[in-house]
Design a protein around this ligand. Sequence first.
Ligand SMILES: Nc1ncnc2c1ncn2[C@@H]1O[C@H](COP(=O)(O)OP(=O)(O)OP(=O)(O)O)[C@@H](O)[C@H]1O
Ligand SMILES: [Mg+2]
Length: 470
Amino acid sequence: MMMMGDSFGSIGSSMASLFFLWATIQQIFPDHLKITIKEFLLSSFQQLCFAQRVSDHFTNLFSPYVEIHFPESDEYSFNQAFSAIDTYLDSKATDKTKHLRGSQVKESKGLVLKRNEAKVRDEYKGANVWWERVVDNDGNRYYKLTFHNRARILVTNSYIKYVVEEGKSIIVKNKQTRLFTNNLSSQWVFGQNMWRSIEFEHPASFQTLAMDPKKKDEIVNDLIAFSNGKEYYKKIGKAWKRGYLLYGPPGTGKSTMISAMANLLNYHIYDLELTAVKNNSELKKLLTATSSKSIIVIEDIDCSADFTSNRIKKESNSRERYGKEDKDENSVTLSGLLNFIDGIWSACGQERIVVFTTNHLEKLDPALIRRGRMDMHIELSYCTYEAFKILAKNYLDLDGDDAHPLFSEIKALLEETKISPADVAENLMARNQQIDVDKSLNLLISALEEENQYQRSQQEKKKSKFKIFG
Ligand SMILES: Nc1ncnc2c1ncn2[C@@H]1O[C@H](COP(=O)(O)OP(=O)(O)OP(=O)(O)O)[C@@H](O)[C@H]1O
Ligand SMILES: [Mg+2]
């Protein structure tokens, strides 16, 4: 295959020969002959260049190789295929190239080795292809893909698509997830600066989350099915979004589960502080500024705004007093939030999860949590024996039912005592970086006994109250 560089090379060597010849001629021949020879040599050189160009043209015309260029930017926009190709080749090349460089993009991820060579050969279903990263004279970067004409259909119909999709999925996997929080609208500048963010490095995972293993598997499968559901959502004509309502008492793992979700799917978290949002119009701007592959979280939704079941009564009163529009202009309303979840979101069509958390499910307006809006209602409750075993494994490296003789006593106490996983975890924590299994389990037993006594006495009090009033 004749490349451009080769033709420049041959013209260059012809020029060098001509200069050498001219230097010799100047020493040997008289002046009047020198002019004639110079003219002859110049015209020969021009003919040579012309012949070379014609030869290049024919070489290209009859070359069995095809070239495709992928510029870094197309007109005014960034060409996403370029970065996907770049990432794909980085991942491919580590076992094929000899010059590598190492980098670490995320504390929790290991060292990533990348190629340090501009040319990479790849193979796809038996066909050889060659990639080259090129910078043109204007400093524009592009990838050049060269392959034999007989692989044309394979490469154009399937290989390129495969490379771009592989590259994109590696980008997602290596993405540094971020935790965003909304700024006050007084800090927004021309639609920018709505969110501030930090790197998200929370270690929570579903593996360490203490809850019923069956329920946990169901949630993990649901999340994975959602993230792979692009074609499915398209097929059924639904916006690619999913809502989770996490409810339960304090310290049962609701916030921890959100972190585990983000780590599982590698999504950004947008922690929406509703009290900092003035009205529906601001809410709409904030939510449309979130990126795809993200989890939008409204924690303690019963406290964030008036979305409780009393709202309907209050809203009808306020309508009588001020008119509905006034209320919408000055506050975030349930209809504003629902409009986004159901309406605008459908137009965005990108992968988003919304999570609401509450300690008081019974207080929420049914319109907010009906199925379809909040697709999955997940209860995180007091610590069960199954959940305790997960915590014992996390904190004390004790695995299984027979891991310690005190487990049976703890099991019996957990069955009749309401204690949050946070409280159990607190007792199992290592002290002064020392794990003392017996001491931790005994501490937990004491805490459980104390809590159990307190809860019994409260129940007794309640019973006697009923007797008096009943
Ligand atoms: N189910 C759980 N599995 C593992 N750790 C847990 C669990 N629940 C609570 N914890 C531990 O307790 C701490 C507090 O839990 P978390 O903040 O997730 O509770 P929460 O349900 O969000 O509480 P709140 O309703 O007060 O916001 C966590 O940092 C974690 O260490
Ligand atoms: Mg929480």
